[in-house]
Design a protein around this ligand. Structure first.
Ligand code: NAG
Ligand code: NAG
Ligand code: NAG
Ligand code: NAG
Ligand code: NAG
Length: 281
């Protein structure tokens, strides 16, 4: 359960409302700015902590040593965290194993496939949403979940540079040129934060995790953490966490080993462009 524990501390610091740990690797302050501070933090921390503790006590996800149509592997791909390479690797291994794969951008599947629309494959991969995917696959399936995370600051920088600056051309190279409030709303509106909640909890670009309403927030955390509790996380920048994936999906071990050789998309964020303390609070 070690990867999950580390991961939970990562997501929690990278997300709204609660900074629960001082984990040095994950103590990422920028998220404070990024997130909605209208909500009552002490209130949120109170229930989030309890939920996290509960999820950490869940048993590890069951080993799936023979991935099949009835027990498919679902790779819930989170953006900007090495997942595109893993998708290709999973596709290649599936081909070698002779199992059918439905993976965005591979084997003729559209790169903008954001929903699973068939149920005859053994391996799925893409920017899907967990609960929606379960509905598409049908109740008779018992899917196993795999997802990818990356150290939150690196991921956020990569998302900012790639999506807001390069692709959408809506933001300056330097985050510091944006007022903190503006930066926050852009990162939220363009989906650079809240990714775990979107993939594993509810669907939709803007997560309701920052909602004022306590019940709504609890439901979002509950749905996300419950999914996470049954999902095998890969922390792409921590190679020892790959062991959990190898153990759970032994047929795909060569994909995970090869992923270790991955050099993450170089962060293009300009190093001379410091993020001010005001932006980190
Ligand atoms: C966020 O919190 C700071 C400090 O508590 C406060 O000055 C600011 O007005 C808050 N912003 C919003 C949008 O509530
Ligand atoms: C925040 O929650 C605490 C504890 O539940 C409560 O005492 C406090 O009044 C709340 N503050 C606001 C602004 O709602
Ligand atoms: C989520 O909600 C369900 C139903 O109320 C509950 O049984 C479960 O313990 C909750 N999970 C967490 C992590 O709080
Ligand atoms: C997957 O296989 C194809 C075809 O053999 C190859 O070109 C590609 O580099 C492989 N992808 C990865 C990530 O190894
Ligand atoms: C990883 O890279 C090293 C050095 O290039 C190579 O020898 C090794 O075969 C690679 N491993 C995998 C699993 O691709």
């Amino acid at each position: 359960m070690a990867p999950l524990k580390r991961l939970v501390s990562c997501i929690v610091v990278s997300l709204p409302l609660a900074v629960l740990t001082q984990d040095s690797q994950c103590a990422m302050q920028l998220s404070h700015t990024v997130l909605n501070n209208k909500t009552n933090k002490s209130d949120a921390e109170d229930f989030v902590k309890k939920m996290v503790q509960q999820v950490l006590s869940y048993p590890a996800p069951a080993v799936n040593s023979e991935v099949s149509v009835s027990r498919p592997l679902l790779f819930m791909h989170q953006y900007r965290a090495g997942g595109t390479t893993l998708r290709q690797l999973l596709y290649n291994v599936s081909t070698n194993l002779g199992v059918k794969a439905h993976i965005a951008c591979s084997g003729g599947v559209d790169c903008r496939e954001f929903q699973i629309r068939e149920a005859s494959s053994a391996v799925y991969g893409g920017h899907f949403c967990w609960h929606e995917s379960l509905k598409h696959l049908g109740e008779d399936k018992k899917p196993s979940c795999l997802t990818n995370f990356r150290e939150p600051e690196a991921r956020l920088m990569s998302c900012y540079t790639h999506r807001l600056v390069t692709t959408k051309k809506v933001a300056p190279w330097c985050m510091g040129k944006l007022a903190p409030e503006k930066l926050k709303s852009m990162l939220v509106n363009y989906g650079c934060v809240n990714e775990p909640f979107r993939r594993l909890g509810q669907c939709g670009l803007i997560s309701k995790v920052g909602d004022k309403d306590r019940l709504t927030r609890m439901q979002v955390w509950n749905a996300t953490l419950e999914t996470l509790g049954q999902c095998v996380p890969i922390l792409v920048d921590e190679h020892d966490t790959f062991k959990a994936a190898v153990n759970t999906f032994p047929q795909f071990k060569t994909a995970f080993w090869a992923l270790k050789n991955l050099t993450l998309n170089q962060n293009k964020y300009a190093h001379d462009c410091q993020i001010s303390d005001a932006h980190r609070q």
